[in-house]
Write a protein that binds this ligand. Structure first.
Ligand code: SF4
Length: 360
């Protein structure tokens, strides 16, 4: 007997889009049904993305010191989170950081700056960085994420070689004013629209765990579908100490997988990216989540550290996926003692039969 989620996947593959009720049913599915949900969502993932994973790398060009009050953000006005704060990287440093990500296996570099939005001078600064990075790495895809755009800035970025622009709607319109007051939901949508109008690939996503209801998560996803965002980063709130959300832990690994699956059902042919909070919230379910999502960030995030880039690549390889755009990698046989993978079982030297405490 096929599951209702499998029937939903068949219906979507036949051209009948998921409804809001379908999305809610996925989000509220019983934990016993998790593998049915994942298997059905995987059919959609496989149809549109095969077994590939897009690997993205973040470069935080300017960190902290933001005048906006997004209350989930460690870089916001009023945040006392103990994060790195610095003004603009210079072009050489931006190139060095981007090159490290590309060497580590990424194919897209996301160039991000804190702040309400760029000045025209900032746009020229980023244009210069993009020209330098593309001269050295012509194959790289560059996504800029510089905040709210003014008229003409998206066109200038496109002309400079930027491929995509990220600006997340973050949450449902009905919840937006609870999480930030210094700009509006309409401001955010306007920037995504400007980017799209200039020929930049729109990247816009959400943050789960901000106290939103199930219905508001669904509302946000359908808004992203309406915006026709090519890439949809799904962030899971990282509750930094020193922000209004410190100690807010509304998410479980199972719920995070269901949120990603819901995104796949609603936007089956879009890049669903597991973004910030992946390691913290999915924990041992990261591999299961990759059966549903088709994109991740490699290594570190803007103000927090991710797992080692090699662990990310190992996660992809172990599940039989390949990095989109990367040459077929030979099967690696790493040396024993490399710390990542070894063919030699680690011999027990503790617990029973020894004077050393057991590993439990
Ligand atoms: S999300 Fe962006 S605009 Fe909002 S506080 Fe953080 S850096 Fe500033």
């Amino acid at each position: 007997m096929t599951s209702p989620f499998d029937q939903l996947a068949s219906s979507i593959l036949d051209g009948k889009p998921a409804t809001e009720d379908d999305a809610l049913a996925v989000l509220r599915s019983h934990d016993d049904e998790l593998l049915d949900v994942v298997a059905a969502a995987f059919r959609l993932r496989r149809e549109h993305f095969g077994r590939t994973v897009k690997v993205n790398y973040l470069v935080n060009l300017k960190s902290g010191l933001c005048p906006e009050n997004c209350n989930y953000c460690s870089q916001a006005l009023g945040s006392t989170a103990d994060i790195l704060k610095y003004k603009w990287l210079d072009t050489d440093e931006a190139l060095a950081q981007a090159s490290a990500g590309l060497k580590g296996g990424a194919t897209r570099v996301c160039m991000v700056s804190s702040g309400r939005g760029p000045t025209h001078k900032d746009v020229e600064r980023v244009a210069d960085m993009v020209g330098t990075i593309k001269a050295e790495h012509p194959e790289v895809e560059i996504c800029a994420c510089l905040g709210l755009l003014k008229d003409g800035q998206a066109e200038r970025l496109r002309e400079a070689g930027v491929d995509a622009y990220n600006h997340n709607i973050n949450t449902a319109e009905s919840h937006h004013d609870q999480i930030v007051q210094t700009h509006t939901y309409a401001d955010r949508v306007d920037t995504v629209t400007k980017a799209k109008g200039a020929g930049l690939s729109p990247c816009s996503g959400l943050i789960a765990g901000l106290g939103e209801t199930d219905e508001q998560l669904v509302e946000a996803l359908f808004a992203l579908k309406e915006l026709d965002s090519d890439s949809i980063p799904i962030n899971f709130l990282m509750p930094f100490d020193g922000t209004p959300y410190e100690n807010v832990w509304d998410l479980t690994p199972l719920r995070c997988v269901k949120i990603l699956a819901m995104a796949r059902f609603v936007c089956p042919d879009k890049e669903i990216r597991i973004a910030g909070g992946r390691e913290m919230h999915l924990r041992s379910l990261q591999g299961l989540a990759l059966q549903v999502a088709n994109s991740i960030f490699l290594g570190d995030y803007l103000t927090s550290e991710g797992q080692a880039a090699e662990a990310d690549l190992e996660l992809i390889r172990d599940h039989g996926f390949t990095v989109l755009g990367a040459p077929d990698a030979p099967v690696e046989v790493l040396d024993a003692g490399s710390g990542v993978e070894t063919r030699d079982p680690s011999k027990r030297r503790r617990g029973a039969g020894t004077a050393i405490a057991p590993n439990a």
